[in-house]
Design a protein around this ligand. Sequence first.
Ligand code: A3P
Length: 289
Amino acid sequence: HDQLLFLYNGIPYPTTFCSPEVFKALESFEARSDDVILAGYPKSGTNWLSQILNDLIDISQKKTPGREGSANAKELAEFPYLEVGDAEKYERMTKLPSPRFIVTHLRPENLPKSIFKNKVKILLLIRNPKDVATSSYHFSNSMASLPSYETWDDFFTNFTTKKVPWGCYLEYLSEWNKYIDKENIMTVTYEEVKENRALSVKNIAAFFGIPLTEEELQLVVERSSFQSMKKNSEKTHGPMGNIFFRKGGVSDWKNLFSEDQNKKMDKVFEELLGGTKIGKKLKYDLYCK
Ligand code: A3P
């Protein structure tokens, strides 16, 4: 595992995707007030919400005079994950047309200061921690560049002792909880999007100030179904794309967690997130018990 991860500010990151040079360069990244940012811990559904946001941006661009078809043009696009790439990425990003779409797995304290200074709108995506752990375990074992685990127990130990890429998810949540009341941040849960995709898409579009016709709404909703995204995964994510679309449901953790592991996670959740706003939004008792 040690070769696949490196520590930065005390948090482990995967060597294949991130580097200390990129983190250094990122500090001086200049965010634009019209950037569209999606923040989410790995495996909380970031590819799903990216699909929704990209479609919303496309729709809005097509209606902006002079911008039709220009923004998000494939040849200009950068890999949207903010902390993934080479150190020159941020220089190239200065040439991208607005609005730039940006995804990040980082905690707020590790994000460039300009994002908060310029009051950039952030969609914060959260998912119940037991399903995140479950999804993460399966994903790590299907991706060669991430550490793999012989058993679920082995993974669970690493997950709870903070030795997983992008650090401890419960700490991630408790850091983001400090920002939850800021007006430029909208929080959405994986489970609520799963429950009512149309309503979520409507609310997200409204938050970013993107008007939608009923027809456009239906299109975004259809294109973001699990079946449709899985079917297109080779086109959107390359030959191994299907690993990003495993089950796409709620409560798969019940197939992995032991009684003892449930107790452990419930205890840490209570310690770090009990009584917090973000904890309430997650509906832990409903989805994790
Ligand atoms: P599972 O492993 O539980 O199936 P990320 O995109 O952040 O890597 O998150 C991946 C998780 O989101 C996976 O969870 C994946 O199946 C799920 N997911 C991706 N697209 C989805 C969709 N359209 N609807 C529901 N879940 C989706």
